[in-house]
Design a protein around this ligand. Structure first.
Ligand SMILES: NC(=O)c1ccc[n+]([C@@H]2O[C@H](COP(=O)([O-])OP(=O)(O)OC[C@H]3O[C@@H](n4cnc5c(N)ncnc54)[C@H](O)[C@@H]3O)[C@@H](O)[C@H]2O)c1
Length: 360
């Protein structure tokens, strides 16, 4: 295989193959699980149209069934889990079946959670096809479905057999989806890798021109940050929490409009800027560093401010964050560029001031 392999330290260690090819997954699975096993591909209709044939080219020696899940965040649901169970049983799946999750974070989270509970657990491979899934959701073993009471409320830490990343799938990804992944990549750079931030700044135009070579490098570096953080802290007791940078503020913006009319990347972008202002107020960032972040986000067309919002409502919404502890808001702030810090003593007044900086 060409490309790069990074191993994730975990209770069940697994490799992340960066720059793999879809049609070569079959060869890898033959050596890993043996030929002839039953595979269950779970994917979306559009992703399937683009990539199922290529994937299946390499799976000739396996028994393969495909389950198609409609697109959208709403499909990360208990109802869909139940449907997948019926369909899997109808295809003769058992606990030796291996699930192949071909898609973005929705498919990865849903198929991964399904694999974790079907007959008390079967193996699965993450095959991410969005930038966000490549650099973020496919790595780290978090799988989940949503519930009326909240996003990702029912889930598990359930490491995959492997992550198989074919960068060529990015060629068909709409730019808006690419931006969601770029926001997470910038987040990785700010909390853990200043060189990555410099790389993004230097190559911003080529990234926007969607040069494939650039995405290989960008995505590999960003994935490496995620691998490093989850390897040090699989179950999110310490450094893995850095990955929440921009998300406490961002989720409040998304929740306030019931996840309609703002993308995740836009929420994270504004959220990162708000948290950076709070970091500046605490002396953790210079004004130059905050400006550097703002300039980069703006350069990609990501928003850094939001119009006509009530900061009190948004601050209250932050109170529902799963990361909070005993009623205290837990926030991740950047410490300069390239390091993060978790704070557990943020008060609502300074959070309100941070909102004021990003609300027009
Ligand atoms: N498990 C984790 O650690 C983790 C981390 C971050 C986000 N997430 C979850 O990830 C989800 C968001 O993932 P996402 O941003 O990948 O969105 P997504 O999975 O909804 O994919 C976005 C859209 O792009 C389409 N698509 C996917 N690949 C494509 C391709 N190669 N070409 C063309 N279209 C393609 C999909 O069909 C979909 O319509 C959320 O549910 C979020 O909760 C999980």
């Amino acid at each position: 295989m060409q490309g790069q392999r990074i191993d994730v330290v975990s209770v069940k260690p697994y490799p992340v193959f960066l720059g793999a090819r879809l049609e070569e997954l079959g060869d890898y699975l033959t050596t890993r699980i043996g030929a002839g096993e039953h595979l269950l591909v779970i994917t979306h209709p559009n992703v399937g149209d683009y990539y199922l044939d290529t994937l299946q080219k390499g799976l000739g020696s396996f028994m393969v069934n495909t389950l198609i899940v409609p697109q959208g965040e709403d499909e990360k649901s208990l109802d869909r889990l139940s449907d997948l169970t019926s369909e899997a049983i109808a295809c003769g799946a058992d606990r030796k079946t291996v699930v192949l999750a071909l898609g973005g974070g929705v498919i990865g989270d849903l198929a991964g959670f399904f694999a974790s509970v079907f007959m008390r657990g079967m193996r699965y491979v993450q095959i991410p096809t969005t930038l966000l899934a490549m650099v973020d959701s496919s790595i780290g073993g978090k799988v989940a479905v949503n519930h009326a009471a909240g996003k990702n409320l029912l889930g598990d830490f359930y490491p995959p057999l492997a992550v198989w990343t074919d960068f060529s799938t990015l060629e068909t990804l709409p730019w808006e989806e690419m931006l969601n992944g770029l926001a997470e990549t910038i987040k990785h750079a700010v909390i853990a890798d200043e060189e990555l931030l410099s790389f993004i700044e230097k190559h911003q135009e080529e990234i926007m021109a969607r040069k494939p070579e650039l995405y290989k490098e960008l995505s590999s570096r960003s994935s490496a940050v995620k691998v490093r953080l989850v390897s040090e802290d699989e179950t999110e007791q310490g450094k893995r929490m850095f990955l929440n940078y921009g998300h406490s503020f961002g989720h409040a913006l998304e929740a306030e409009v019931a996840y309609q009319g703002i993308t995740h990347g836009q929420g994270v972008s504004i959220g990162m800027v708000a948290a950076a202002h709070l970091a500046q107020e605490r002396g953790l960032m210079s004004s130059g560093e905050v400006e550097r972040l703002i300039k980069l986000l703006k350069g990609f067309g990501l928003p850094v401010t939001v119009r006509a919002k009530n900061p009190r409502v948004l601050t209250d919404l932050m109170g529902a964050d799963k990361k909070n502890y005993k009623g205290q808001k837990v926030l991740v702030l950047p410490k300069g560029i390239g390091q993060g810090i978790v704070i557990r003593d943020a008060n609502d007044e300074e959070i309100l001031r941070a909102w004021d900086k990003v609300i027009e």
